[in-house]
Design a protein around this ligand. Structure first.
Ligand code: URA
Length: 240
């Protein structure tokens, strides 16, 4: 966010409207500083002191959110059905740079999903080099056999149509049909395919934690912007 960027472009990039619509908001005197003085479209940018209709601006670029994803919505903005962006303020859909999900959770998977408009940060989180642990709790259709922990920890398990084996993953048995699985990579439908490879079927899947960051009571469907200390915690549990 360059200081030289004009206020009108900054507001348009934050999704307040097209350049034209935002220019009208200035003409109507809806954009002011903190003291209520009307600002003009080509005034220099001082994000923290700008108000629209008296309200502080949405967070500037560099935004990272965590969302407690409910079942029944997808991470794909191309999906015609409910998508995770529908759970955020509508303006967030119009931001430039765009807010992308960090990896994906399946439609029926619940739990911690990160979104960011910071491409470098997104790559750092998903990079296998970071080895950020992703923790899943699975409810299974059949009783565990007893050999799954060794299979998943082996580092040799090869999923169908893949060419490299999975990294070792840790399984903790929570009950006859419940398990906690910690992954250090993120392949397509990985948890479901791992249990399928072990002759089982995942009936419900929840992700309570990514790296050192947990949902910590965030209600299903709710979200919050992450602060610097959240990001420090996120990476504290990995190698990056
Ligand atoms: N693994 C899956 O199978 N599904 C998810 O949503 C996440 C990990």
């Amino acid at each position: 966010m360059a200081k030289s960027m004009k206020l009108v472009k900054h507001l348009a990039n934050l999704g307040y409207g097209s350049r034209r619509e935002v220019a009208w908001m200035f003409r109507e005197g809806r954009v002011t500083d903190a003291a209520g003085e009307v600002l003009y479209a080509d005034d220099p940018l001082d994000h923290g002191s700008v108000r629209v209709d008296g309200e502080p601006l949405d967070p500037p670029p560099g935004l990272v959110l965590m969302l407690h994803k409910p079942a029944g919505c997808t991470c794909s903005s191309k999906d015609p059905g409910r998508i995770v962006h529908d759970l955020l303020p509508p303006r967030f859909r119009l931001r430039d740079p765009a807010l992308s999900t960090v990896g994906r959770l399946d439609r029926d998977t619940t739990g911690l999903l990160l979104l960011t408009d910071d491409g470098a940060l997104l790559h750092r989180i998903v990079s296998p080099k970071s080895k950020l642990p992703k923790v899943y709790e699975a409810t299974l259709a059949a009783d565990l056999r007893g050999d799954e922990a060794a299979l998943f920890a082996s580092g040799t398990l090869m999923l169908e149509s893949e060419t490299t084996p999975l990294l070792p993953a840790e399984l903790e048995v929570l009950g006859p049909r419940r398990a906690r699985l910690t992954l250090h990579e993120g392949r397509y439908h990985q948890v479901r395919r791992m249990f399928a490879a072990a002759g089982n079927h995942v009936e419900a899947l929840h992700r309570p934690r990514v790296g050192g960051l947990a949902l910590d009571g965030l209600a299903e469907g709710a979200w919050r912007a992450l602060e610097a200390d959240d990001l420090a915690r996120l990476f504290a549990a990995g190698d990056a």
